[in-house]
Design a protein around this ligand. Structure first.
Ligand SMILES: *Cc1c(COP(=O)(O)O)cnc(C)c1O
Length: 357
């Protein structure tokens, strides 16, 4: 299997092996040391401001999105959501389940967010903004410096889902002035799915203490208190936390988040150059390094996904819902190399020769 999906992504053999090892008992000084290092490196790679903390949740990215809302947003808040696709919609669904007071900025699929889209919400008493740094369903990367500035000017707490952007695009929690930034294990961290992570600013920690979550398993406070000694309140997905540690240490050795971002960017550029020879249009106007969203010119998108999977063992990423036959996505995160894209181009050439593209 050659995996170009946007998660779970292709995992290096060395990291995969950690995934199938026996699970060690985790109430030990050794595991605590691993967790303290995980927290330190996550905060470093997110460029979190001083006195920030990170919590590690056992659950997919959506759990961290929902837990962040549970701990950091109350019914007294007025919430603004940027909804440009599936993952923006997820924040909307989370707020709806919790009966929060929210409004959405609905963006047409594939379009970036501009300052003029935010203008109507200026000085309107909004207290929280929820946004996906990279709307993975369409490949759009939002201008987070602009969003951060808007939030600062309006006294709005920014909660940023960087699940697919972390280690693929620049993430700078301090510059954005973000209250919290979220990621998870199965995107550019390139580990197995099951752990999600929230980096919390000092203000977020205070907010969580004040708000008091309504559910034990969501509550950041026991996570933060246990985290001081490198522990989690309940049994975590231990092997994935060990995988994350191996990955973070490796990224650190290779030059940190910047080097991982530039490696990903190199793969994205290589692919975007090569794909010009095929009948696709690039869909997103401001693409993330993590993925390229493509609109096939001649045939339905989902058919190409099926052909590549069944005949060539190559997995690109289909879309769901109304974009199913419109879009497909090719990822640049995970353990991928230039030669892998050459294999994809060969398969596409073959499809083209057979009149199937
Ligand atoms: C993958 C992803 C998520 C989380 O999805 P899960 O399936 O819950 O892990 C959330 N937001 C974005 C932007 C994503 O790319």
């Amino acid at each position: 299997m050659l995996n170009f999906t946007v998660g779970p992504v292709q995992v290096e053999d060395r990291i995969r092996e950690i995934g199938h090892d026996q699970v060690p008992y985790f109430r030990t000084p050794e595991f605590s040391a691993v967790m303290l290092e995980n927290e330190r490196l996550i905060l470093k790679f997110m460029r979190a401001p001083k006195n920030s903390r990170a919590v590690f949740l056992t659950g997919s990215g959506t759990f961290a999105m929902e837990a962040s809302v549970e701990n950091l947003v109350t019914r007294n808040d007025k919430v603004l959501i940027v909804n440009g696709g599936t993952f923006g919609q997820r924040f909307t669904d989370i707020c709806r389940y919790r009966n929060l007071n929210f409004e959405e900025i609905k963006l047409p699929y594939g379009t970036p967010l501009c300052r003029k889209d935010l203008a109507p919400y200026e000085n309107k008493g909004f207290t929280v903004l929820l946004i996906n740094v990279h709307e993975t369903s369409t490949g759009v990367l939002y201008d987070m410096d602009m969003v951060g500035q808007f939030c600062a000017e309006n006294g709005i707490n920014l909660i940023a889902d960087a699940i697919s952007a972390f280690l693929a695009d620049d993430v700078n929690m301090e510059k954005w002035g973000a209250l919290a930034v979220i990621t998870s294990s199965q995107k550019a961290l390139a580990c197995h799915p099951g752990i999600s992570i929230v980096a919390l600013s000092e203000k977020a920690v205070e907010t969580a203490r004040k708000n008091q979550a309504d559910a034990l398993y969501y509550d950041f406070i026991p996570m933060l208190d246990n985290g001081v000694r490198g522990q989690t309140p309940f049994t975590p997905a231990v092997n994935i936390l060990l995988q994350i540690n191996a990955r973070l240490v490796d990224v650190e050795k290779r030059g940190g988040a910047e080097s991982e971002v530039s490696r990903t960017k190199g793969l994205a550029e290589y692919f975007r150059k090569g794909i010009k020879d095929f009948p696709f249009e690039e869909f997103s106007l401001s693409p993330s390094n993590a993925v390229t969203a493509l609109r096939p010119k001649n045939v339905p998108a989902y058919g190409i996904f099926t052909e590549l999977k069944d005949r060539y063992g190559i997995w690109v990423c289909p879309n769901g819902g109304e974009l199913k036959d419109v879009l497909l996505r090719v990822g640049h995160i995970g353990a991928l190399k230039f030669a892998d894209y050459d294999r994809l181009f060969e398969a596409l050439t073959d499809l083209k020769n057979k009149g199937k593209l």
